[in-house]
Design a protein around this ligand. Structure first.
Ligand code: BTN
Length: 265
């Protein structure tokens, strides 16, 4: 069932009433520079853990690595969560992987088929990106003040700009039908609520194992950019911080998101 009507806080609050943390406070915007930017402002003003911000359109949607996140008005889902996990700062790198797992499971529920997670946190269908995740954090010393978890899911967009058309897809392109954005948002938020609670309880192994179950790239030959150089290796596993363990030559390398980019396989 297609639904291009704008998100409303009233509707989302009812839909997410059964959640423990995610979506207990909701702010819906027609237009924003970036829901992550609004998340920062709300967090600095004291917004509660789990505060949800949606926007029908972002004028400066942010992607990873300084990229722009493009999303057609009211076709997709662009949202951010203000999170206040009482966790050691060293564990924060697992939050984007936790979010990718939640999104992958939600997509599986609405699409009735399995998606794939590409390290660290892209969700793919048919090897094309359907969801991107951007985590921004305010950390002082080893304690986490707050985290903004921004998520973009392509839902009903039927075509993408030429420069990304071979790498991007949507639920609609995958299934040949439109989806209710509110229903997809409900499923995403429920799965995020479950996995965020698991994170807060320290169930890191469950998150890592869940992530691994969607990571088709593990065991495969990959190539990646490292210090400006394209290298090859076998993606073996992820470690407890979410770093990618790659066998390149004879010794395994443990690579963080900051160290490598443009992973291909
Ligand atoms: C990526 O490059 O893969 C990350 C994309 C993250 C996009 C989402 S859309 C909602 C939130 N607000 C932003 O400006 N970015 C994130």
């Amino acid at each position: 069932m297609e639904n291009t009507s704008a998100f409303s806080a009233e509707d989302l609050l009812v839909r997410l009433a059964g959640n423990s943390v995610v979506g207990k406070n909701v702010h819906c915007y027609q237009s924003a520079t970036s829901t992550n930017d609004i998340g920062h402002s709300l967090a600095k003003a004291g917004a509660a853990d789990g505060t949800l911000i949606t926007a029908e359109f972002q004028t400066r949607g942010k992607g990873r690595g300084g990229n722009v996140w493009q999303s057609e008005q009211s076709e997709n889902i662009t949202f951010s969560l203000v999170l206040r996990p009482k966790a050691d700062a060293a564990k924060i790198s697992l939050l984007p992987l936790m979010a990718a797992l939640a999104v992958a499971q939600a997509i599986e529920t609405v699409l009735q088929r399995k998606s794939e997670i590409k390290w660290p946190n892209d969700v793919l269908i048919d090897r094309k990106k359907i969801c991107g995740i951007l985590l921004e954090s305010a950390i002082s010393g080893s304690s986490v003040e707050y985290v903004i978890l921004g998520i973009g899911v392509n839902v009903n967009q039927a075509a993408f700009p030429e420069e990304i058309m071979n790498q991007a897809t949507s639920l609609r392109l995958s299934a040949g039908q439109s989806f209710s954005r509110a229903e997809v948002m409900e499923e995403l938020s429920k799965k995020l609520d479950i996995w965020y609670l698991a994170f807060c309880k320290g169930a890191f192994d469950a998150i890592l194992d869940g992530w691994r179950s969607y990571a088709d790239m593990l065991g495969k030959e990959i190539s990646f950019l490292y210090n400006g150089e394209r290298l090859n290796g076998t993606a073996q596993d992820i470690d407890e911080q979410g770093c990618l363990i790659v066998l390149a030559g004879s010794k395994p390398l443990c690579l963080s998101q900051a160290e490598i980019s443009n992973v291909r396989y």
